[in-house]
Write a protein that binds this ligand. Structure first.
Ligand SMILES: [Zn+2]
Length: 425
């Protein structure tokens, strides 16, 4: 029986000076001055923030770390990104894809990111990326939860054979039904795709996560159909709309009706701040729209909202490092979520909210939960976002997966202290 006592930690809810006891991979107790069981490993938390691990609810692992293959996206636009992915797809091999995905999972673990929902393109009839990522899902299982979405990038109705490929991907064990209604040929086809994909999910008892209304067109309203079908088919709590950027541009009166419908249907929302702020509003001159969906308004309506990373070093985005605190930092700025409460909500949007979207079992900081933990070099969630804090220790089921030395610079300035001290609070 393995026991570990982490002493003197701060918690995301503001409690300080706490201890956390781990026994057999689960949290056994949290409180001040806990007694250490005999033989327990003792870790000094030094007052740092102990949080549950980061969760990325929206990612594309089949494309990640392909930056520069076969060439870079020179314009940095969505359209060149899609064209580039089209050039890359025929050149993909399973070995290279597995290698890149595993490398990204290593980055993720080092950043305390231990659960990822990745879309996987099912439009290639070879299903090469599907097979590769199913393999990766098994390989990383001991340390990272990888959930896969069958994503028809070129449109489930628009691309020949896409529906059959998507069903085959589900047969192979892909977890979630995806879609891209705004990319179908017409609004009507988009709505039809939402209906038939939700029916497929209901038949198979699966969750749904669609790229939905990733557009600046205020009349792209597939989220309304998504909420309606969720309600009609009894899929409440199992359906997510990803991106929803058109809501940024929608008429306010229409949105005042839409938000309660989404809440009633239990549809969750995922914003991807890094990608939305770079790819949306590109047809605008000035004023230029931000394009991210209405995060604070949804939260105020009780809708579950998560922030996703979406892309890291792929045809659409040349940057990123698997750091969900960078994602939270951008989301906070784009949505102007600068109140104390809203900044803490941004931390939740990369931890417990996406855990809820993925339906992770045993996630959280309470006795009985898995001992999946990240010790951050910050005192509270706001400071963690401000500093994109160092991940001092990353645990899964009580086992140490990664560690890093505290970050501090040594200064050589006459008359000044030797260390920056900017982390002290
Ligand atoms: Zn995406």
């Amino acid at each position: 029986m393995h026991a570990m006592l982490i002493r003197n930690i701060s918690l995301p809810d503001g409690r300080r000076g706490q201890d956390l006891l781990v026994q057999d991979g689960r949290i056994a107790a949290i409180g001040p001055n806990l007694a250490a069981p005999e033989g327990a490993e003792i870790v000094d938390g030094q007052g740092w923030l102990l949080a549950p691990p980061f969760v990325d609810a929206h990612f594309h692992m089949d494309a990640t770390l392909s930056y520069g293959l076969p060439r870079v996206n020179a314009s940095g636009t969505l359209l060149e990104g899609i064209a580039l992915w089209g050039e890359l797809k025929p050149q993909l091999t399973q070995e290279a894809l597995v290698e890149r995905a595993l490398a990204y999972c290593d980055w993720a673990v080092a950043k305390g990111l231990l659960a990822i929902r990745s879309h996987v393109d099912v439009c290639d009839p070879r299903l090469l990326a599907v097979e590769a990522l199913l393999h990766v899902r098994e390989r990383v299982k001991p340390y990272l939860d990888l959930q896969l979405v069958a994503f028809p990038q070129d449109g489930v109705l628009r691309a020949p054979g896409a529906l059959d490929n998507l069903k085959r991907a589900l047969d192979l064990g892909v977890d979630v039904v995806g879609g891209i209604p705004h990319f179908e040929r017409t609004m009507q086809d988009g709505a039809t795709s939402v209906r038939l994909l939700c029916e497929l999910a209901a038949e198979r008892g699966l969750m749904v996560d669609m790229h939905c209304d990733e557009s600046d067109d205020p009349l792209s309203r597939h989220v309304e159909t998504l909420a309606f079908e969720t309600q009609r088919l009894g899929l409440q709590g199992r359906v997510t709309g990803s991106h929803l950027t058109s809501m940024h541009s929608m008429d306010n009166y229409y949105v005042s009706k839409l938000l309660p419908l989404m809440k009633e249907a239990g549809v969750a929302a995922i914003a991807n701040p890094l990608i939305n702020i770079t790819l949306q509003g590109r047809h605008d001159t000035y004023p230029k729209r931000r394009g991210m969906t209405r995060v604070p308004e949804m939260l105020a309506h009780g809708i579950d909202v998560a922030f996703g990373h979406d892309c890291v070093m792929d045809p659409w985005y040349s940057l990123g490092s698997g750091d969900m605190l960078e994602v939270a930092h951008m989301g906070l700025h784009v949505a102007q979520m600068t109140s104390q409460a809203a900044m803490r909500q941004c931390f939740d949007a990369v931890t417990r909210n996406p855990a809820c979207v993925l339906g992770l079992d045993g996630y959280g900081l309470a006795p009985g939960c898995h001992a999946d933990l990240v010790l951050l070099q910050a005192r509270d969630p706001i400071e963690a976002i401000r500093l994109r804090a160092q991940r001092l220790r990353v645990y899964r089921r009580g086992r140490l997966l990664a560690q890093a030395a505290p970050s501090e610079s040594t200064l050589h300035l006459p008359g000044r202290p030797a260390a920056t001290g900017f982390l002290k609070s």
